[in-house]
Design a protein around this ligand. Structure first.
Ligand code: GTP
Length: 436
C-alpha cells in the first residue's frame, strides 16, 4: 500500500466523517448535473456564472483572507475537457473533473520525522520530508477511462450543489464537527468560496478545494525535529498523562537509533513506577538505554545524572520524559523549571527542543493544553498522537492555524514504527479523502 493509502486508512475515522458529511451536504441541496463544470484553480475576482464552461486557464487571483499563503500556490487541477463520467464507486458523485488515479503509487524512501544530516540518511538534511511527490496539478489529470467516458458523455450525472450561503454554513458546521474549531472552519470555508460563489460543485471538487486549504494552513508548520551537532542534543518531552509521551519517546528513539544515533532516555516521570517500567519496555524495543530513579525521587536529579552519562558517552541525543500531572500545575511548573535549571548547569543551551505531545482524541482540548504548556515550558514543537481511531483529526488544522508551532510528527498507531513525519499535503488529502 502506498504511504498515502496507509495514512488515509489510519485517519479513516476523521476522513470518513468529512466524506460522509460532504456527501450529505451535496445530496441535500444538489441536483444531477450533466454540464461540465470544474473547479477554478484559483479564486477569480468576480463570481463566475454557474453555467460557464471551465476556463482553460483561470488567472490566479490573490486570496486576501489567507494569512499563511505560501509564496507559490500550486495551481489546482483544471480540466479543460468535459468531465462527466459514469460513477464507478458507491458515492453519488465519485468523479472529480480532475480524476485522481486511485492507486497512484507514491514511492517514498524510508521516512522519519527527524531531520537527519545527509550523510546519515538518504534524505536531504533541510528537507527530510520533501519527498518527490507529484503535485496535484500534475497527478490529477483524468485517467484514460475518465477521459474516454468524459468525452463521450455520461449516463450517470454527477451531483452538484451551488455554492451559496446555505451550503457554506453546512460546510462550516461539518468542519467544526470535525474539530477544526470555529475560527479555522470559517477561514477555510471563506477561502473555499472566494471567487467560486454561485458555482456548482461536486463532492470530489469540494474535497479538492478543502484539501488545498488545509494543506495551505499546514504547510508552514510541517517541520521535522531538527538535529543539531550539539552532543548531546537534549529533547525534553512534556504533555499530560496518557497523551503518548512514553510511546512517542520509544518510537523516536527507535528511529534515531536506526539512523545510527547514540540515544539515551531518562525516565523523568519518577512519580509513577508504571510509567518508568513502560519506558524501559520501549527502551528495550528500541535498543536504547533508559536511566531510571527510585519512585518518588527528584526528576531533576535523574535528569542531571542522565545528562552526565550522555555527555560521558558522547551520546547524540538525550530524551527526557516528564510527568504530566496537570492537576497541580504549580508543582509541575516547578518540576519542569528545575529540570531545565539543572541540565543547564551542564549545557546552558539545553534543552534544545521541548516537545509537547498531544492526544488527538481530546479534540479541542488539545488547544487548551498547548496554551497551558506554553506557560509551563518553552514548547518548541508538537507531536500529535492517536490520529488513528479518532474522528477529531481536524484539531491538528486548528492547532496549526492558531499557534503556528512546528508539527514534527504524528502518531498513527501503537507500534514502534507508527510515528510518521508530518506531511501537510498527505495529511490534508487523507483528512478530506480528496485523493481516494
Ligand atoms: N492508537 C494509538 N495509541 C497510541 C498512540 N500513541 C500512544 N498510544 C497509546 O496511548 C496510551 C498512552 O500512551 P503513553 O505513551 O503511555 O502516554 P504517556 O503520556 O507516557 O502517559 P503517562 O505515562 O501516563 O504519563 C498507550 O496505551 C499507548 O499505546 C498512537 O499514535 N495511536
Amino acid at each position: 500500500m502506498s504511504f498515502f493509502g496507509k495514512l488515509k486508512s489510519r485517519l479513516f475515522k476523521s476522513s470518513s466523517k468529512i466524506e460522509e458529511g460532504l456527501d450529505a451536504i451535496v445530496e441535500e441541496g444538489g441536483e444531477p448535473d450533466r454540464e461540465p463544470q470544474g473547479v477554478p484553480a484559483d479564486p477569480e475576482p468576480t463570481p463566475a456564472p454557474p453555467e460557464v464552461t471551465p476556463p482553460a486557464d483561470p488567472e490566479p487571483a490573490p486570496v486576501p483572507d489567507t494569512p499563511p499563503a505560501p509564496p507559490e500556490e500550486t495551481p489546482a487541477p483544471v480540466d479543460p475537457e468535459p468531465e462527466i463520467t459514469p460513477d464507478p464507486g458507491p458515492g453519488p458523485a465519485a468523479l472529480p473533473p480532475a480524476d485522481p488515479e486511485p492507486e497512484r503509487p507514491v514511492e517514498r524512501p524510508p521516512v522519519t520525522p527527524l531531520e537527519i544530516p545527509a550523510e546519515d540518511v538518504p534524505s536531504a538534511p533541510d528537507a527530510p520530508l520533501e519527498v518527490p511527490v507529484e503535485t496535484p496539478s500534475e497527478s490529477r489529470k483524468p485517467g484514460l477511462m475518465g477521459r474516454l467516458f468524459g468525452r463521450g458523455g455520461s449516463e450517470a450525472p454527477v451531483m452538484r450543489r451551488t455554492l451559496d450561503d446555505d451550503m457554506l454554513e453546512s460546510l462550516e458546521e461539518l468542519l467544526i464537527s470535525a474539530d477544526m474549531g470555529v475560527d479555522t472552519a470559517l477561514r477555510v470555508t471563506a477561502n473555499m468560496a472566494e471567487g467560486r460563489y454561485g458555482r456548482k460543485l461536486s463532492v470530489p471538487e469540494i474535497k479538492e478545494l478543502l484539501s488545498r486549504e488545509v494543506a495551505r494552513i499546514m504547510e508552514p508548520v510541517a517541520k521535522p525535529l531538527p538535529l543539531y551537532p550539539t552532543k548531546p542534543q537534549v529533547v525534553l518531552v512534556v504533555g499530560v498523562n496518557g497523551s503518548g509521551k512514553t510511546t512517542t519517546i520509544g518510537k523516536l528513539a527507535s528511529q534515531f537509533k536506526a539512523a545510527g544515533k547514540h540515544v539515551v532516555i531518562a525516565a523523568g516521570d519518577t512519580f509513577r513506577a508504571a510509567a518508568v517500567e513502560q519506558l524501559q519496555v520501549w527502551g528495550d524495543r528500541a535498543g536504547v538505554p533508559v536511566l531510571t530513579a527510585p519512585e518518588g525521587s527528584d526528576p531533576a536529579s535523574l535528569a542531571f545524572d542522565a545528562m552526565t552519562k550522555a555527555q560521558a558517552e558522547g551520546a547524540d541525543l538525550l530524551m527526557i520524559d516528564t510527568a504530566g500531572r496537570l492537576q497541580n500545575r504549580q508543582d509541575l511548573m516547578e518540576e519542569l523549571a528545575k529540570i531545565v535549571r539543572v541540565i543547564r548547569k551542564k549545557d546552558p543551551e539545553a534543552p534544545h527542543n521541548t516537545l509537547l505531545v498531544l492526544d488527538a482524541t481530546t479534540g479541542q482540548n488539545a488547544l487548551n493544553q498547548v496554551e497551558t504548556f506554553q506557560k509551563l515550558a518553552d514548547v518548541t514543537g508538537l507531536v500529535m498522537t492517536k490520529l488513528d481511531g479518532t474522528a477529531k483529526g481536524g484539531v491538528l488544522v486548528a492547532l496549526a492555524d492558531k499557534f503556528g508551532l512546528p508539527i514534527h510528527a504524528i502518531g498513527v498507531g501503537e507500534q514502534i514504527d507508527d510515528l510518521a513525519p508530518f506531511d501537510p499535503e498527505e495529511f490534508a488529502a487523507a483528512l478530506t479523502g480528496s485523493a481516494t
